[in-house]
Design a protein around this ligand. Structure first.
Ligand SMILES: Cc1ncc(COP(=O)(O)O)c(C=O)c1O
Length: 441
């Protein structure tokens, strides 16, 4: 999975300047074959179990290729009727697969980081702050709330929106690593008393570290009382709402003002495809719509112009790959694959639980298992951390699997995340066999 290469190896194999005359495609492909796969971390490999895996299924790859062939720029309906309308159609399909109400309007962005940035820009706009006309100088400082385990994209959004890192409150988590709602309420009240303006809460449904699910229904109550925007970051785990039996985990997310789900994480669509749903698309448009003369069209009041929903003017035809994937697998095919991923993750979790020298450090509600090696007879946390750092290095140097790490309550932990369409029980069993063999004695 991981290539055995050092920084600079790859560029050292390439000429410093481009060719003066065009080259044959045979020569180009020969260099591709010789250099690129051997210097690539293979996200499509079934042993890729790191981060949240993003795998490209066959229909998704074809969708990408067709989109490049058409080379549509979906900024206006006029510039891209099929791309604009297919985005609406596929996002309507996805919304029904996720059992979200029809009041949610969707757009496709490159990443969850952009989707969250746009959602929080809409929250800032909804706070009635006249930021659009006057910027943020001279205003009461604004604040955004997210759990201490929320993704760093929330902090980046605060940076980008001019709130600064000081404008983000990291609310403590409880024993199950979920946002402590009482602490959230206290934090909002203390800020209001100090003259700040709370504008949004981000609930994470499937945190990056452990896939914990914040209590979104209770958080929605707080947001309603406080009249502030609720954004749900379900970038990875949102896909699991395709499964009726997992929907209880998401109860209350339909009350959010905006939700991000990344089909490029766990729905087999190649990077990049992040969906932002919002019940308040008019606010999102108010935050971003700005139409120069050359982009005015006579149909502007009756069509959807995707440039109005974010920073980018140009947009790729991303709906095509989502359409291919949804049609090729069908709802039943997607459900079967997600269920299988969850089944093999639970199997791995059970192997960890049964092993005297290993332990889990967090619940595993989806397809990600957070665990560590815990040699018997040792309680020195520094030594246990060091053994796990070494174990991860050895596992990843094997070339057969790639896992990542996190810290839970300060303890170094390994993360095994299943999301690759090609990952099967035997790959996970091999990862477990390697973990036991390579654990330092
Ligand atoms: C919960 C969560 N939100 C947001 C992101 C950022 O995703 P992206 O790479 O699409 O910006 C991640 C990345 O893993 C994530 O786990």
């Amino acid at each position: 999975v991981l290539p055995d290469v050092a920084p600079g190896d790859f560029s050292a194999a390439l000429p410093a300047l481009p060719p003066r005359s065009g080259e044959s495609f045979e020569a180009i492909l020969a260099d591709y074959d010789r250099l690129v796969p051997s210097h690539t971390t293979h996200w499509n490999h079934p042993g890729f179990l790191a981060y949240f895996s993003s795998s490209a299924s066959g229909p998704g790859i074809l969708g990408e290729a067709f989109a490049a062939a058409l080379n549509v720029n979906a900024m206006l309906w006029r510039s891209s009727p099929a791309a604009t309308e297919l985005e609406q159609v596929t996002l309507g399909w996805l919304r029904s697969l996720l059992a979200l109400p029809a009041s949610f309007d969707g757009t496709i962005n490159d990443t969850a980081s952009s989707s969250t940035l746009y959602a929080l820009a809409a929250a800032r706009e909804a706070a009635g702050s006249h930021v659009r006309e006057q910027g943020i100088a001279g205003r009461a400082p604004m604040a955004i709330y997210a759990s201490e385990d929320a993704h760093s994209s929330v902090d980046k959004a605060a940076l980008t929106l001019g709130l600064g890192l000081g404008g983000i409150r990291h609310v403590p988590v409880d024993g199950e690593l979920k946002m402590d709602v009482a602490a959230l309420r206290r934090s909002i009240r203390a800020d209001r008393a100090a003259g700040l303006q709370p504008i949004a809460v981000v609930a994470t449904l499937g945190t990056t570290s452990t896939t914990a699910v914040d209590p979104v229904d209770a958080i929605a109550d707080v947001c309603r009382e406080e009249k502030i925007w609720l954004h749900a970051d379900a970038a990875y785990a949102g896909a699991a709402a395709v499964l009726p039996e997992l929907r209880p985990s998401f109860r209350g997310w339909e009350r959010a003002d905006s939700i991000v789900v990344n089909p490029h994480k766990w729905l087999f669509v190649p990077l990049d495809c992040s969906v932002l749903y919002t019940r308040r698309p008019e606010v999102l448009r108010r935050a971003f719509s700005l139409v120069p003369e050359y982009l005015t069209t006579s149909d502007a009041d009756t069509v959807r112009n995707l440039m109005d929903y974010g920073v980018s003017l140009g947009r790729r035809f991303r709906a095509l790959k989502l359409w291919f994937v949804l049609r090729y697998f069908g709802a039943a095919g997607l459900e079967a694959r997600l269920r299988e991923h969850i089944r093999i993750a639970q199997l791995f979790a059970a192997w960890v639980d049964a092993a005297p020298d290993f332990e889990r450090l967090a619940p595993a509600p989806f397809s990600t298992v957070v665990f560590r090696y815990r040699p018997s007879g040792t309680s020195d946390e520094k030594r246990i951390d060091a053994a796990n750092v070494l174990l991860l290095e050895r596992l990843n140097a094997s070339g057969e699997v790639f896992l990542s790490h996190t810290r839970v309550g300060g303890r170094y932990a390994l993360r095994l995340a299943i999301g690759n369409v090609r990952t099967m029980e035997r790959h996970v069993a091999r990862a477990w066999q390697l973990a036991r063999e390579l654990a330092p004695s």
